[in-house]
Design a protein around this ligand. Sequence first.
Ligand code: GLY
Length: 372
Amino acid sequence: MNNKANWIEEAWQQVVTKIDRTSYSIGASFPNGSRDGRYTKSPAHDWVSGFWPGLLWLVYQETQNERLKDLAVQCEREISQSLWEFDSLHHDVGFMFGLSSINQYKLLQDEEAKRHGLMAASLLAGRFNPAGGFIRAWPNWGGEDHSGWAIIDCMMNLPLLYWASREIADPRYRLIAEIHADTVLREFVLADGSVHHIVCFDPETGERITAIAGQGYAADSAWSRGAAWALYGFALSFAYTGKVTYLLAAKKVARFFLDHLPADFVPYWDFRLPAEDEGMPRDSSAAAIAASGLLELASLLPEADGREYKRSAESILRSLYENYTARESDDEGLLLHATGYFAEDIYVDTPLIFGDYYYVEALRKLKNNGRK
Ligand code: GLY
């Protein structure tokens, strides 16, 4: 067995080699989930579009590979065009523009990319429902009325609002983010630290109507990726606001997540499946998101308090590297065995681009001792 430093370095080298190779086949496009070893592609307005440029930026920052930078810039150009589509957009502009435009602004001082980020933040703020104190997730896809729907994943979109407030020295965006986070804390997070995926409100009165299963097994189950989004999202809200309630929420969800992991530290796609132990797919993407969130959490705490979270993140990442990376296969994805949407049979037990992204993000934090 290799020592700790070696496995991290080896895992990182595997990432660099693989991304260098797949950047030729994927190019400036928007991979989503893998089928038969190749990533299917989504349009630029899809919620996943930021993950590939985001991944290219992560590797670029360590390698200075200009080809990766050029691909990321091409992706940003296309993603930013979706601002003018407007109707096809949704709350996940946080993922899309945070990982493309804002990275590009920070790394290349690109003022146009900054404006794209600010426009996306305004769109996200425009989804806020003041009666219910939540950000509406989606348009009425499939003819279903989503005007009162909020989803746990949105916790990861709030950093776009926090960033915008800082950039323009105006608290409006941050205040919307905080009201949404407070609503999520009250309405989504259960006493044991598990979370709902979707909560429906009356869009006129703001009254809570019900929680529904969404991508989880049932309304009262515990979708593992939802828990990972919540853990990481609350840690980020604490990082931006310093509000201790968000820190406590992140810790509570982290406890639930860690206490329900199987022996190899990679969760089943839901923590409350009827026959959890036999034959149900894992969700390696939930593990990768949680690992990165745990490292975020550790970085916000005094060293002794953060140690357990860092150790847990390391255990998850080591298991992902040793048991879940596509070493022997030539799959374009890095991380095998992720589950997109089990009930709809969409990308089950296969690589997902956001699993790859958070795996690389977390590994880089570990390699650089928390530096992002
Ligand atoms: N945000 C959608 C998902 O996690 O699948």
